[in-house]
Ligand binder design. Structure first.
Ligand code: HEM
Length: 188
């Protein structure tokens, strides 16, 4: 939501996609709609690229001696994978620090090192559930409300410290129910 407030054109496009997908009569977004919301999916992926919720994954341990990029890693070493740095590596990504959901459109970024859920045998077992939860929450907020920044300044995107990449400054934003959604929201 912070990134969308800083990039209103992306927010507008996401809302147009949702409105077109739901059609008439207006119903609340449901899990069954998510596979059709390709642009919303790209927004979530690009957000997870820039701000992976577990920026160092979880600690792993080498089960045997191995060599990584020429470095000898003895058995039993604690290994932290810096997903945050990998996702911003300029050798892998064009304009790595810019928020560009379009880079995920049409499978354009398939095969790139994109690992917000980790990889291999210890990869997050709930990736689908996580993506659905975020898709439904974000999609519904976009569908139901108008959003604006509280002032002219961009939302502060600085990262705080913590295992799950909290924001340094919590998000504050203005919102109001969209005129087309007021009746539906009053029934909920
Ligand atoms: C957007 C939401 C989520 C993200 C970004 C996420 C990300 C991750 C990451 C990065 C790991 C570590 C993978 C590794 O070290 O290679 C992990 C592990 C795990 N996640 Fe998630 N996760 C999410 C949601 C969930 C949910 C909703 C559940 C449970 C209902 C869940 C259950 C687990 C479990 C049990 C592990 C440990 C797997 C293992 O060590 O074998 N995650 N997750």
């Amino acid at each position: 939501m912070s990134l969308l407030l800083n990039n209103p054109a992306v927010l507008t496009r996401a809302r147009e996609e949702i409105d077109a997908c739901i059609g008439q009569p207006v119903l609340l977004l449901a899990a069954a709609d998510l596979p059709k919301l390709h642009y919303l999916w790209c927004i979530i992926m690009e957000t997870f690229r820039l701000y992976p919720p577990a920026p160092l994954l979880v600690p792993h341990e080498s089960s045997t001696d191995c060599t990584v990029s020429g470095f000898h890693i003895p058995m039993g070493t604690m290994l932290l994978v810096n997903t945050f740095a990998i996702h911003r590596d300029p050798k892998l990504w064009d304009r790595p620090t810019s928020f560009i959901p379009e880079r995920f459109e049409g499978g354009k970024s398939e095969g790139k090192m994109f690992i917000p859920f980790g990889m291999g045998r210890r990869r997050c077992p709930a990736e689908n559930l996580g993506m659905q939860m975020v898709g439904l929450a974000l999609g519904t907020m976009i569908q139901c409300f108008n959003w604006e920044r509280v002032g002219e300044d961009l939302v502060d995107m600085a990262e705080g410290s913590g295992l799950t990449l909290p924001k340094e400054v919590p998000l504050e934003a203005f919102y109001e129910a969209r005129a087309s959604m007021v009746n539906l929201l009053s029934e909920i």
